[in-house]
Design a protein around this ligand. Structure first.
Ligand code: RP5
Length: 172
C-alpha cells in the first residue's frame, strides 16, 4: 500500500503536561530519523477530559494510524484515549512524581481486558521504544520503513561492536 502524502501526520503524540516534554522529545527524534510525520499536543485525562476525548474520537478520521501517549503520576491518559479509538495506543509512563514512574507504569499498564495500551519502559528508553514500535506498526504497510528498520538493527549491532572494540583497546 502506498504511503500517505509526506507531511500528513501518521502518528499522534499526546502528553499530559508540558513538564513531560523532555522525555517525549525522544519520540520525535526517532520518528524524524525514520522520516515519519507526526503531530504533537498536550491533553490531560484529569484536567482537560473533554479535550482528551475529542482528540481520541477524531484521531482515526484525521488520518492518524498510531497514537503515542506519555503521562506521569496517576497516568490515565493513554487508557482514556484507548477507550475512545480503535487505533493502536502506545503508552509511556513518565517518571515525574515522587514515586519516580512506578505509579504511572502501573496506571498505564494495568488496563482492563478489552482495552489494550502497549506499555513501554518508564522514561526516555520507553519513549524511544514507543517510537520504534510505532515505526514497526507502520512498516506493515510501508515497505521503505521495513528497510529502514533493518538498517537500524544493523546500526545498533555496529555500535556495540565499536564500543566493545573501544573497551578492548582501552584502559581496563
Ligand atoms: C501528569 O502529571 C502529567 O503527565 C505529568 O507527568 C504530571 C505532572 O504534571 P504537571 O503538574 O507538571 O503539569 O498528569
Amino acid at each position: 500500500m502506498a504511503e500517505k502524502k509526506r507531511g500528513e501526520p501518521l502518528v499522534g503524540i499526546v502528553m499530559g503536561s508540558d513538564s513531560d516534554l523532555p522525555v517525549m522529545e525522544e519520540v520525535g527524534k526517532i520518528l524524524d530519523q525514520f522520516d515519519v510525520s507526526y503531530e504533537v499536543t498536550l491533553s490531560s485525562a484529569h484536567r482537560s477530559p473533554d479535550r482528551t476525548i475529542r482528540y481520541a474520537k477524531s484521531a482515526e478520521e484525521r488520518g492518524l494510524e498510531v497514537i503515542i501517549v506519555g503521562a506521569g503520576a496517576a497516568a490515565h491518559l493513554a487508557g482514556v484515549i484507548a477507550s475512545e479509538t480503535i487505533l493502536p495506543v502506545i503508552g509511556i509512563p513518565i517518571d515525574s512524581s515522587p514515586l519516580k514512574g512506578v505509579d504511572s507504569l502501573l496506571s498505564t499498564v494495568q488496563m482492563p481486558g478489552g482495552v489494550p495500551v502497549a506499555t513501554m519502559a518508564i522514561g526516555r528508553a520507553g519513549a524511544r521504544n514507543a517510537a520504534i514500535l510505532a515505526v514497526q506498526i507502520l512498516a506493515l504497510k510501508i515497505p521503505r520503513l521495513k528497510e529502514a528498520l533493518k538498517a537500524y538493527k544493523e546500526q545498533l549491532a555496529r555500535e556495540v561492536e565499536e564500543k566493545a572494540e573501544g573497551i578492548r583497546k582501552g584502559s581496563m
